[in-house]
Design a protein around this ligand. Structure first.
Ligand SMILES: [Zn+2]
Ligand SMILES: [Zn+2]
Length: 337
């Protein structure tokens, strides 16, 4: 296990190097220019809407032969892209796992800034039910900005001609949703939303698999243990999975919600705790899914307590090692894998 943790630290150093690269001017030069193959970049790794100075809202990036594909767009995504030297104007596709605000908070700003800074090629936002409405709302958010710039800058491109949302059906079997000459992207519905909640709403949560010429990478999105996700992740090189260290998260929750110094969640304290433990993957769930899917590497993401509480990486590994003995990386913002 020691050597595997060492590998993780080497990767962290690589990420630190990339963070130091210049991102000047219009960000026209990015860290992955003229590279081939597929890289995974963790942009925001904090679990839930709990962004802090060490970890941002959920977002990841696949860069395949120099083309970026964004997975989720939590708070701080644009800044995180700048930190790793990626030109946000070049992002043509965004894949949302579900529409909780910790996964979409930066979407209106990202699309608006793409238009303001002159993107003319299409940007498509893919995601489950509600994604098309979300994109329309994002364009409404920037309507005043658009109208002003159409007049005083004589802009010639209208946002609806650039940006669109495309709904991905949530299915119980692996479903191909996107393909180009670099990547095939598949999805399946996961178990983030319980059956009783789904009975009362049309919203769904999905996981993604990216298959490229040299790697396969799976993104759990938010979910608790999911047989569907195990099927999607079968034999993958990299499994990016959300995780909660329950004991430490409860410690933080009590402190933040009134048991200590904090005052979060006063409107529905127990409802929110039940959501945390019933609809997310704890460390044992993550390890069990990684083992059953026989993945080469498990990357922890959307981590709780993450940087809300100072705990060692080994606290996450305990639960995982009950099921999975392969390489594990505790994700951090800016990490390149
Ligand atoms: Zn989330
Ligand atoms: Zn969620």
């Amino acid at each position: 296990m020691a050597s595997k943790l060492f590998t993780s630290r080497r990767r962290i150093l690589q990420a630190a190097f990339l963070s130091a690269l210049p991102t000047s001017g219009l960000l026209s030069q990015h860290a992955f220019a003229q590279t081939s193959g597929a890289k995974l970049i963790l942009l925001g790794t904090q679990g839930g809407p709990n962004d802090n100075l060490e970890r941002g809202g959920t977002a990841s990036l696949m860069v395949v032969d120099d083309v970026p594909y964004l997975i989720d767009c939590g708070f701080g995504t644009k800044r995180a892209l700048m930190n790793v030297g990626i030109n946000f104007l070049t992002i043509p596709s965004i894949f949302l796992t579900h529409l909780h605000d910790d996964h979409v908070a930066d979407l209106p700003g990202l699309l608006s800034h793409q238009w303001t800074q002159g993107r003319v090629d299409p940007t498509t936002v893919y995601g489950p039910y509600g994604t098309d409405t979300l994109v329309e709302a994002a364009l409404q958010f920037s309507q005043a900005n658009t109208e002003i710039r159409l007049i005083d800058e004589k802009r010639t491109v209208l946002p609806p001609d650039v940006f669109s949302g495309q709904i991905i059906p949530a299915t119980d079997t692996v479903h191909k949703v996107y393909e180009d000459d670099r990547v095939v992207i598949s999805t399946i519905e996961n178990t983030h939303f319980p059956e009783w909640a789904k009975a009362e709403m049309p919203y769904r949560a999905i996981s993604y698999r990216f298959d490229t010429a040299d790697r396969s990478v799976v993104f759990s999105g938010d979910t608790t243990y999911s047989e569907n996700l195990v099927t999607l992740a079968k034999g993958a090189d990299v499994f990016v999975c959300e995780t909660i260290q329950l004991e430490k998260t409860r410690e933080w929750f009590d402190m933040a919600s009134g048991g200590g110094e904090g005052d979060l969640y006063q409107d529905a304290r127990e409802g929110i705790w039940n959501h945390i433990i019933e609809t997310h993957a704890n460390t044992e769930d993550a390890g069990r899914m990684a083992a059953e899917a026989e993945v080469e590497m498990l990357v922890l993401n959307h981590i709780l307590p993450g940087s809300l509480l100072e705990i060692p990486d080994s606290a996450y590994l305990e639960g995982i090692r009950q099921h999975y003995q392969g390489e594990v990386i505790v994700g951090r913002d800016g990490m390149v894998i």
